[in-house]
Structures are given as C-alpha cells and as structure tokens.
Design a protein around this ligand. Sequence first.
Ligand code: FAD
Length: 286
Amino acid sequence: MKIKEILAQEKPVLSFEVFPPKQEDAYEAVEHAVTEIAKLSPSFMSVTYGAGGGTSRYTAKIASGLLKNYGVTALAHLSCVTSTKDQVREAAGTLKTLGIENILALRGDIPADGRIETDYHYACELVRDLKQMGDFCIGGACYPEGHPESPGKEQDILYLKEKVEAGCDFLTTQMFFDNNILYNFLYRIREKGITVPVIAGIMPVTNAKQMKRILSMSGTYLPSRFKAILDKFGDHPAAMRQAGIAYATEQIIDLIANDIHAVHVYTMNKPEVAAQIKSSLSEILI
Ligand code: FAD
C-alpha cells in the first residue's frame, strides 16, 4: 500500500523506523528485532539506508521481508550523494521488483572522508529521477529546527518547497523534543504553500550516551524539562529508559491531541521500546 493512502485515511498513524545491521554478522539480531517490531502491526515501517554507518545493502531485503512475511507496508530509504545515476536506477529497479512502493528520498550525509559522487547534490534531484523510474510514493526529510548545513530556516523552507514540488507525497521530520518547535514549523511551511502531509519523527531517548551522540550530530534543542530528566536519571540506565519512553509517549499524546495524526518512532531497533509506546497509546490510536 502507498503511504499517501494510509495518511489519507485520517485516523492516527503510528509507524516505526528500523536500521540494517552495521556488520554482516549482526544480521540475525537485527532480523529478530525487526520481526518483533513488525508483529506490533504498525501503520508502516521504514528501513534506513546506510545511515549512521549501517550497511545500505540490506535495506531492500529487510523492507521486502516486512511486506512478504508480515504484510507490513514498507518504506525503503534511499540516499543519493554517494551514488551515481546508474546505481540509483539499479536500486529503484530492485525495489520495484520486490514490490516496494514507498521510498524516502534523501541526499544522505556527506561522508567524513568527503567522498561523494557528482551526479546528485540534493535530494530534490533524486526525487525528480525517482518519479521517472516507477510509480513510487515518495517521501522527503524535513527539519523543524532547520537542517544543520542550511544558511537559515527561511532558505531551508524554500529548498524544502522545491523538493516537495519535485514530487514528494509526504515529509517525515527530524526528531524534536519540544512539540512547539513542530507546531511553529508547520505554521511556517503551510504559509509558504507546502501542503503535503507531515509525519512527526519522535525519538525515545533510552540512554544518556545515545543522547550525547544525537546532540553532536543534529544540534537538536533540549527543553529544560528534558534536561532535568537526563541530569536526574542519566546515570541510572533502567530509570533513564523508563523516563525516556514516558517522555516520548507524552510527546505523541500531545501531538495527537493537537491533530497531528501521523507519528514515526525512531525505535533504534528496540522492540520493547516500540511495544511499550504502542501499548500506552492503545485507546488513543483508535
Ligand atoms: P536535502 O533536502 O538535499 O537538503 C540538504 C541541505 O541542502 C539542506 O541544508 C538544504 O537546505 C540544502 N538544499 C536543498 N536543496 C538545495 C538546493 N536546491 N540548493 C542549495 N541547497 C539546497 N541519512 C542516510 O544516510 N540514510 C537514511 O536512511 C536517512 N534517513 C533519514 C530519515 C529522516 C526522517 C531524516 C530527517 C534524515 C535521514 N537521514 C538519513 C539523514 C539525511 O540524509 C541528512 O540529514 C542529510 O544531511 C540531508 O538529507 P536531505 O535528504 O534532507 O537533503
């Protein structure tokens, strides 16, 4: 099923993100986690592509397994900045053959060694190409706090508009820990004429170490309420996990109460985290 059709149903959407193994020998463990998360029957699941050092080669395999073995709609991420046009064509062909209808079209982060290809510079170029390569439902990434490389939030939104006009059917946000940041962002993009559905990306932070890594990567704003949780429970793993899940769940409840009906949870391949969030929302998601 296409994600734009799921979003059009106007009932709460809860989706989960997983990532492929970083090393081949971890495949079985990841497959197990993905299976457990799929059993929770999310609205759809997304599979990242080479993000954070994960291998890109398993993305299509995991996405196709979700579809075939569990009937879960799959969203395959695809990045372009380290790929040639031929490689993108091949990747899109594989997804099509496997029956995967949804692609999150990304530029990808510039690798530390600076090695990129020259065919693609921005995600909007990938979106344009994918439109020609099949009947895909295409998503794009967006950044309520602005993309870290962008010259400013206004300009970032203008580039976002260009990406959407290239053919995005929906957008998924970068994580944020203060819902007001999302509400302001939505106001600003709607004002600029970006009308596609926006899926709110929520990261349950279950350990303080993970938080430090995230912050160094994204520069995400931390509200004082969240900082207090980190200060108080950061050195107590079980308490931090509980508090992190509760915080994410509260964020989701507030979003749904404010008519943001699509939420994507960055599960970090942790089935127990996904399960707890889903079960805490059992009456809210109906
Ligand atoms: P773009 O939309 O191309 O934007 C990148 C930068 O270029 C921005 O600063 C933008 O303002 C600017 N820009 C855009 N268009 C133009 C233009 N025409 N001219 C000049 N400047 C322009 N990474 C992975 O490697 N794999 C993944 O699976 C993955 N999944 C992600 C999922 C989500 C929901 C999000 C939010 C991010 C994900 N990322 C992933 C990270 C993403 O690849 C990086 O954030 C990357 O730096 C930007 O990708 P983008 O597609 O948003 O790029």
